[in-house]
Every structure is written in C-alpha cells, then in structure tokens.
Write a protein that binds this ligand. Structure first.
Ligand code: LLP
Length: 416
C-alpha cells in the first residue's frame, strides 16, 4: 500500500498534487512519500514487536539523506556496503551502533573508518576479508565486531542478477568454511564474534527460500553454540519483494512470523536489512512526454527521463507501471515508452497499453523508490534529476537537480 492516489482524476502524493510539484521543480524528478516509508517501516516494527530486533534499512536501495534521516528517526539502523554509505548513514544521524556493514569488497581504508566509528558488526564475506579486518584491528588496537555471512546455497527464485545465496554466487562463505572461520576467529582477540548473517537475494515473492536459508544458518548457530561460540545477532538480510505488476509477495508480518517460528526459543536478536520493501513503492519517477513518434512497426512515447535515471527496465527488463499524472479518457494505444539516450536499451516499457497522451503530458513511473536514483548515472551527460519528498501537504526538494557545472566538477584539462 502506498500514498500515491488519484483524486478528481489527478495524481496526488499524500496531500500534494503532483502537477503543483512539477510546476515548481520541472521534470524529471523522483517523488518520495514519507508516509509510505513510515507505513512500510512500521509494518516491520509491528511484526517484530516482542522480540529483540533491529531493522537496518539497506542504504543502497535509497540513500537520499532525507530518506535516511526520516527512517533513522523512526528507529531504523542501516545496512551499508561502502565507505560512502557509511558517510551518508552517519550524516543522516544514524547511530553507528545500529549499522551493519556488508559487501564482498571492503577496502582496508573502509574497514578502518567503520571500525573507528563503531559499527555494530562487519558481515564478513571471505577469509581474505577476515585477515584484512584483523590487520586493521591490530593497527588501531580495537577488536572488530564481526559476523560471517553464510551462503546457504538456496535458490531464491528471483532474477539471476539479484540472486545472491547460491553456491555459484560471489557472496558469503559456504557453511563448512564459515564453521572453520568462526573457530579461527574465536581464538583471536582481534575479533569479537557478534553474529551470523545471510542474504539470499532480492525481490523474493515467497517465504520458503528464506525459511530454507534460515534453517541452514540455525543449524550452524546450534553447532557453534555447542562449541562454546555464542551468536548474539542473527541477520537475515533483506530481499522481501514488492508488487510491481501482478506479483503477490508476502507481507512483512507473514515473513517475520515464518522466521519467528523457525527460530523458536533460541536466544537471538534478529536483524533484518530490508531495502525495496520499505522504499520501493514509496517513490515514483515523474517524467514529461516530449514526442509521440510513429514508425511503420511501432508507436513511441519519447519522454524526458531515461535509462540513466532509472536503469531497472534496461538492466533487468523490470516492469514498472506507468500512469498519466492526469487521468485520460482518450483511447488506449500500444506504446514503447523510451528515453532520449542513444541506445535501443533505453526504455521504460515495451508494447505497453496506455491512453493516447500528448507531448507536454506527465507520466508517473511507479515503484521507483528503490534502486532508482541510487543506480542513476550521468550517461549522455545528463544531469541527475531532482529528488522531492512529501509529508502530508508539504513537499521539499531533498536533492536539487544537477546542473551542467555539476557534470564537469572535478575534471581538468591535461594541458592547462
Ligand atoms: N542486504 C544485502 C546484503 C543486500 O545485498 C541487499 C540487496 C539488501 C540487504 C537489500 O535487499 P532488498 O530488501 O532491497 O531486496 N538493483 C537491484 C537490486 C539489488 C539488490 C542487491 N542487494 C534491483 O534494482 O532490483
């Protein structure tokens, strides 16, 4: 459920008319509904009520400072994967004690920053990384809180590019290796064993792969316990899917219930790292129709946003619903909705049935709040679009549109 609704035939974000925002901001722009973020975050909090837990929002899904600050104030921690994300999370006021650090390629410098700032734990993804963390820990004289990310080898049944818990994926340690790594780490004072983690993929629409993964992780937890290695935090990662088209993913309540049942009476603090299920449906990308173009084979709507602004359709053939911002009675036609970039892959929809809109009309590309702006680029020297946040009847530009000067910031000539 989100707060993008039509009133009198016009699209609103909460109590703000999208047309009014466009008048001030121009197009294209991302538009986020804070109340939708709140609703989705609370769905997790409510589901987790009564058990020790921490919801660490996956910063990669949407790293706008206003979004992070808003979620942080509601009680969210952060799941980060880079020094840049650590910087953002801290800037947004999220306490380091609520930050978990995942990712297969943490550099020595990033590890140092994170250890110094006091993150809750590093989700360690290889023995090489463990060694590096040990090295940093010795240099700065501070034990590193760690968890090992276990690769449980389960099929999350999602797009191959966003599956992460299969043996062939680069993520985590196989169970046997993880067991040995825990034993090793427990004997070394550079490390403070805090938890165990796993993340099997993104946009999962069923609960069963999570439960399968959890069972494998728990059997390792039990084994470790017998060896005197106590696990305090169980981090199940993110991955719960959302409705883009006709999927019917489980609600956080259902998902958490299945986890709780599987965990049983074990004394573990549960960490979740949801990204998409919190912010995906809390954002839209608003774009303007520039041209209608007909060729003998196709009809195109050329819009002013492009694959550099929202890469998901080009990259994963992802479906995003597209609706005119002002409801139209016009007859329906079939269009490819494409951007101005010089690539055939620059599309938002192919052969999509839409009303016969006209140049100047606005379209909303829905479910664009996760992995939208964060995956955007300046390709074709296109300034990145503005991000706007709404709460009730107020809106604010929370990232201004980039200028041409932003495009060349940091560049110099070889010969001055
Ligand atoms: N934790 C870890 C360790 C992750 O790698 C991810 C996502 C998450 C949490 C959050 O997962 P979520 O709850 O958002 O599914 N760009 C792709 C998605 C890549 C997901 C990568 N990892 C897309 O646009 O679909």
């Amino acid at each position: 459920m989100d707060y993008f609704d039509f009133k009198n035939g016009e699209l609103y974000c909460e109590d703000c008319r999208v047309l009014d925002i466009e008048k001030e901001v121009g197009t294209p722009f991302y538009l986020y509904s804070a109340k939708t973020l709140e609703r989705h975050f609370k769905a997790y909090e409510d589901a987790l009520h009564g058990i020790p837990h921490l919801v660490c929002f996956a910063v990669k899904a949407n790293s706008n400072l206003a979004v992070l600050r808003f979620l942080g104030e509601l009680g969210a921690g952060a799941d980060i994967v880079s020094g840049g994300e650590l910087f953002r999370a801290l800037k947004a006021g999220i306490s380091p004690s609520r930050i978990v650090y995942s990712g297969v390629g943490k550099t020595g410098e990033e590890i140092k920053e994170a250890l110094n700032s006091g993150v809750l734990m590093f989700n360690v993804e290889s023995t090489g990384e463990l060694e590096k963390i040990g090295e940093v820990s010795r240099t700065i004289g501070k034990a590193a809180p760690i968890s090992f990310r276990v690769n449980p080898d389960v099929d999350p049944k999602t797009h191959p590019y966003i599956s992460t818990g299969l043996e062939e994926n680069k993520f985590g340690l196989p169970v046997d290796e993880a067991r040995r790594a825990y034993e090793y780490a427990s004997r070394n004072e550079e490390f403070l064993i805090r938890g165990i983690s796993c993340h099997i993929g993104s946009q999962l629409t069923e609960v069963s792969p999570f439960v399968d993964a959890l069972k494998r992780v728990l059997s390792l937890v039990d084994e470790l316990e017998k060896k005197g290695i106590k696990i305090e935090y169980l981090d199940m990662g993110g991955g719960l899917g959302i409705k883009y088209d006709n999927e019917s993913p489980p609600l956080p309540e259902e998902y958490v219930k299945a986890l709780k049942t599987t965990i049983g009476s074990r004394d573990l603090k549960l960490i979740l790292e949801p990204g998409r299920s919190i912010c995906g449906n809390a954002g839209i990308l608003v774009t303007k129709v520039l041209y209608k173009k007909k060729t003998p084979k196709k009809a195109f709507l050329v819009v002013d946003a492009a694959m550099n602004d929202l890469a998901r359709p080009s990259l994963y053939k992802a479906f995003h619903e597209i609706v005119p911002v002002v409801e139209q009675d016009a007859k329906m036609s079939t269009f490819d909705v494409v951007g101005p970039i010089c690539e055939t892959g620059d599309f938002f929809a192919r052969s999509r049935s839409l009303p016969e809109v006209n140049p100047g009309d606005l379209l909303a590309i829905r479910s664009a709040g996760a992995y939208g702006f964060t995956m955007s680029s300046n390709y074709n020297s296109r300034p990145r679009v503005a991000e706007v946040m709404v709460y009730g009847d107020k809106f604010k530009v929370v990232r201004r549109r980039e200028t041409f000067d932003d495009l060349i910031r940091g560049e110099t000539f070889f010969h001055e």
